[in-house]
Design a protein around this ligand. Structure first.
Ligand code: NDP
Ligand code: GDR
Length: 327
């Protein structure tokens, strides 16, 4: 039997890697795409001739579209990756963030419940839910979100747990720490840094402007994390799992790794601007993923230094090609 998966957020970083993974496993993949005045599908463009990939217009803020799609597709697995995922932007668009990330999850769960289908549900939860609680953080650590994004995701997490307990839905919440790749959105700090390095090497600019360099994050490689999402849905019992590398790195250290890989000294090129600070910051996130390792056999294989190198290489290659130059 061909399994059908429905992915919200298919055009995002994780959605694109997950689609590749599921197509490779023989799934029929259905993805939710938002209508925009320009096509926003660059991360999945290379898959457009795949006969098992189907895209549908819809939005997490539009409950009717979700009800219709779930009824039409009758998926065996639903991955809810769609979100307004930028923490700083959530301070500027708190209501929209709540509608997409919190109520959007509720809308999707209700659509599944109303369709009365037997389907497994994955919720893209986040280490941002731990917020101010000091590391190491694991599944039983107390939540203390520090942004409208973190608070919205916490609602989505708890409503996922509630639907599991109330309606016996196979619903899991993957509490993922930061994960990056060459497909990472350009305004997240790792990608901003690696793009900055490529721009400096190729002579497009001579500096990069950042905010808080002291924040500690646990950065892993997105391609490995989507494997963990899939593994959570294949397990016998629905449960919640942290995915992380277990290593903390400051933004400053990530700069060091990325600039050094291109033979540069970060201090010669990085400037500071308060505009990139947040009203409330999350100081340190370092995950303990031992439950995922013990129960699922999942383990991160790429640390922040290797990640910085692979992202710099990809940006140099891509930007060099665009500019018609070699790095
Ligand atoms: P991205 O920002 O790369 O992708 C977000 C996706 O959500 C895009 O496909 C976007 O569509 C879609 N989207 C945004 N708003 C809506 C909406 N209103 N209705 C439907 N779809 C919408 O995120 P990532 O791939 O990095 O992350 C995937 C998920 O995992 C997100 O929920 C994120 O919050 C969560 N997460 C991410 C972590 C990370 O480190 N990457 C860590 C922990 C959790 P469009 O392309 O049209 O903008
Ligand atoms: P984060 O990622 O907020 O952890 O959320 P981001 O890369 O935006 O910030 C990480 C840390 O870097 C500091 N920082 C800057 N951040 C950005 N974006 N731009 C800058 O110029 C800059 N300078 C310093 C930030 O203050 C912060 O401390 C990501 C998202 O993917 C969420 O969706 C996800 O849930 C979490 O990771 C886990």
């Amino acid at each position: 039997m061909t399994k059908r998966a429905f992915i919200t957020g298919i055009t995002g970083q994780d959605g694109s890697y997950l689609t590749e993974l599921l197509l490779g496993k023989g799934y029929e993949v259905h993805g939710l795409v938002r209508r925009a005045s320009t096509l926003n599908r660059s991360r999945i463009d290379h898959l457009h001739t795949e006969p098992n990939l189907h895209l549908h217009y819809g939005d997490l803020t539009d409950g009717v579209s979700l009800v219709n799609l779930i009824r039409e597709i009758t998926p065996h697995e639903v991955y809810n990756l769609g979100a307004q995922s930028h923490v700083k932007v959530s301070f500027e668009m708190p209501e929209y963030t709540a509608s997409t990330d919190a109520t959007g999850t509720l809308r999707l769960l209700e659509a599944i419940r109303a369709a009365k289908i037997d389907c497994r549900f994955y919720q893209a939860s986040t280490s941002e839910m731990f917020g101010a609680t000091p590391p190491p953080q694991k599944e039983s650590t107390a939540f203390y979100p520090r942004s409208p994004y973190g608070a919205a995701k916490l609602y989505a997490h708890w409503v996922t747990v509630n639907y599991r307990e109330a309606y016996d839905l196979f619903a899991v919440s993957g509490i993922l720490f930061n994960h990056e790749s060459p497909r990472r959105g350009e305004s997240f700090v790792t990608r901003k840094i690696t793009l900055g390095v490529a721009s400096i090497v190729l002579g497009v600019t001579d500096h990069l402007t950042l905010g808080n360099l002291d924040a500690v994050r646990d950065w892993g490689y997105a391609k490995e994390y989507v494997e963990g999402m899939w593994q959570m849905l294949q397990h016998d019992e629905p449960d919640d799992y942290v995915l992380a590398t277990g290593r903390g790195t400051t933004v400053r250290e990530f700069c060091e790794f990325a600039f050094a890989h291109a033979g540069l000294n970060w201090e010669d090129h990085v400037r500071y601007d308060t505009a990139y600070e947040r009203p409330t910051e999350v100081d340190a996130l370092i995950g303990d993923a031992s439950k995922a390792r013990d129960v699922l056999g999942w383990k991160a294989g790429t640390d922040s230094e290797a990640l910085a190198r692979l992202m710099v290489d990809a940006d140099l290659e891509q930007m060099g090609r665009l500019l018609g130059r070699n790095a």
